[in-house]
Design a binder for this molecule. Structure first.
Ligand SMILES: *[C@@H]1O[C@H](CO)[C@@H](O)[C@H](O)[C@H]1NC(C)=O
Ligand SMILES: *[C@@H]1O[C@H](CO)[C@@H](O)[C@H](O)[C@H]1NC(C)=O
Length: 225
């Protein structure tokens, strides 16, 4: 350590001596190195130099996050069931499994995961839901205007330090309204689905006239890998 400090001192002294001539400044680590994953990874390495763990009480790990957002004019009349949701990606064969055995299959590429960012079930509420299993479900309701005005909803999904669970933060009109956690959602491929179904969970009968569900400005961004 002592010789390192001496070396640093020598460099500073040399720079002072050279000051009469303009010197190019070489930035070794810029002040914005934490501003994005790409700049972070240009200048830093993950983990400790000796590995991932520090005396068993800390683990350093890269993380990523997806932000999924859009604006919605959603009908809330009885019997209308618009939705904006994430569910597991499955092969066509597995869809048959899901249809016939929806509530018992769980594992790689089977249901759940499911995250409902928008789900309107025939009342003036939007349901934010995360399914760990068919019966272990967290739901948070936010009231939703019935005048078909557009409102934004957003979900920020962040892999957790255990590299298994995912935190989901739900926003309506840019206000954080609910935080939920999905078990073992990391690494699961998901579909993002926008659909308008009738009846089912939204009650019956459905409306007799034309019903419109309008969606605009859907965007997905990702930080990390
Ligand atoms: C790890 O180190 C911290 C800081 O020295 C200490 O408080 C903690 O008890 C240690 N944990 C283990 C599991 O040894
Ligand atoms: C789902 O699992 C996560 C991770 O274990 C947990 O934090 C969350 O509370 C669970 N959800 C429910 C409804 O129990």
């Amino acid at each position: 350590m002592r010789s390192r400090n001496l070396n640093a001192l020598v460099v500073i002294t040399g720079a002072l001596v050279a000051l009469p001539f303009a010197q190019a400044v070489t930035t070794v680590i810029p002040a914005n190195s934490f501003s994005s994953y790409s700049t972070f990874e240009t200048y830093w390495n993950y983990l400790y130099p000796w590995g991932s763990d520090h005396n068993g009480s800390a683990r350093m790990k890269g993380r990523n996050a997806y932000t999924i957002s859009g604006e919605f004019s959603a009908p809330v009349a009885r019997g209308t069931w618009p939705a904006f949701w994430l569910t597991v990606t499955v092969l066509i064969d597995s869809i048959l499994i899901i249809l016939t055995d929806f509530y018992s299959c769980k594992g790689v590429n089977s249901w759940p995961p499911e995250v409902d960012i928008g789900e309107w079930k025939g009342t003036s509420d939007n349901w934010f839901n995360t399914f760990n299993t068919s019966s272990i479900v967290r739901s948070d309701l936010v009231s939703w205007p019935s005048d078909l005005s557009f409102h934004s909803i957003k979900a920020v999904l962040t892999a957790q330090p255990n590299n298994a669970d995912v935190k989901i933060e739900f926003y309506m009109d840019n206000v954080l309204r609910a935080t939920q956690y999905g078990q073992n959602f990391v690494g699961q491929p998901l579909w993002l689905i926008v659909n308008l179904q009738m009846e089912g969970s939204s009650g019956s009968p459905g409306p007799t006239g034309t019903t419109m569900y309008k969606v605009r400005n859907i965007a997905i961004t990702r930080t990390g890998s």
